[in-house]
Design a protein around this ligand. Structure first.
Ligand code: NDP
Length: 248
């Protein structure tokens, strides 16, 4: 790994698209970054190419966060090669929307496995080494939907709300080891999810946001960089909301 980044590395799950991609590109300005992807191999390679020339080295691995064995295998390989990470950004996430009374059990489990259980699998491998190295930062990509009801998103909301409880508990358990754990709660961010929505719905949605615009992936990436960096070293167990005032 690159000495310009003090040999520190950061894991970003789901770094091949959207917010995760922006986070990888922002973090690689200061740190080495390892990111995972699930199905989008070509998108992952495109991110690696886009990061060529940045101070941090960037490498990607296919790793389905729902598969505990895959996570365990990759974590062991990374720990052996690079030691404990400086930070972990739990970003990978999906939503499979339906009114709760129509929610399909497979979809419910898929959302929980991807958004929440994967965090447990990664944490089980990486938190102890971070404690032993004397510190680090964990960022979970929750959502404003975890604190504000949104029809059709019961599984997504439950998974995102669980992250805030997990972050608070971990901050209490890990504070004395200087491992900080915080959640980011973005509102509507301009990613492929929004691009796929009908135009009239987008216009109506934008009107509900006090700042009258959707967030940009780089605005979320900037907050991620702040949470893993030296300017937030006394912050743990907190939720940082980035929603243009939607939940205010
Ligand atoms: P995208 O759909 O653009 O990207 C999702 C990323 O997660 C991709 O890199 C995808 O990889 C990866 N991923 C999906 N499933 C898995 C899996 N099983 N294992 C590993 N990686 C997986 O999402 P966004 O950028 O929009 O969202 C990123 C995070 O931010 C999510 O947690 C989301 O809930 C949260 N968020 C997003 C908001 C928004 O408005 N966009 C608002 C609030 C929160 P691949 O393509 O290879 O499958």
């Amino acid at each position: 790994m690159n000495t310009a980044t003090q040999n520190q590395w950061i894991l970003v799950t789901g770094g091949s698209r959207g917010i995760g991609r922006a986070a990888v590109q922002r973090l690689a300005k200061e740190w080495n970054v390892v990111f995972t992807w699930c199905q989008g191999e070509s998108a992952a390679h495109e991110v690696e190419r886009a990061c060529a020339g940045l101070p941090g080295q960037v490498e990607s691995h296919q790793c389905d966060g729902r598969d505990e064995q895959s996570v365990t295998r990759l974590a062991a390989d990374l720990l052996e090669r690079y030691g404990a990470p400086h930070a972990v950004v739990h970003n990978a996430g999906i939503t499979l929307d339906a009114l709760h009374i129509h929610q399909n059990a497979d979809n419910w489990r898929n959302v929980m496995d991807t958004n929440l259980n994967a965090i447990f699998y990664w944490n089980s491998q990486l938190l102890e080494p971070m404690m032993m190295q004397g510190g680090g930062s964990v960022v979970m990509m929750s959502s404003v939907t975890g604190i504000k009801g949104n029809s059709g998103q019961s599984a997504y909301a439950a998974s995102k709300a669980a992250m805030t409880g997990l972050a608070r508990t971990l901050s209490v358990e890990l504070g004395r080891f200087d491992v900080r754990v915080n959640c980011l709660l973005p509102g509507y961010i301009d990613t492929e999810i929004l691009a796929g929505m009908p135009k009239d719905k987008l216009v109506a949605l934008r009107k509900t946001i006090p700042m009258k615009r959707f967030g940009k992936v780089d605005e979320v990436a900037g907050a991620v960089a702040w949470l893993v960096g030296d300017d937030s070293t006394y912050m743990t167990g907190q939720t940082l909301i980035l929603d243009g005032g939607l939940s205010a």
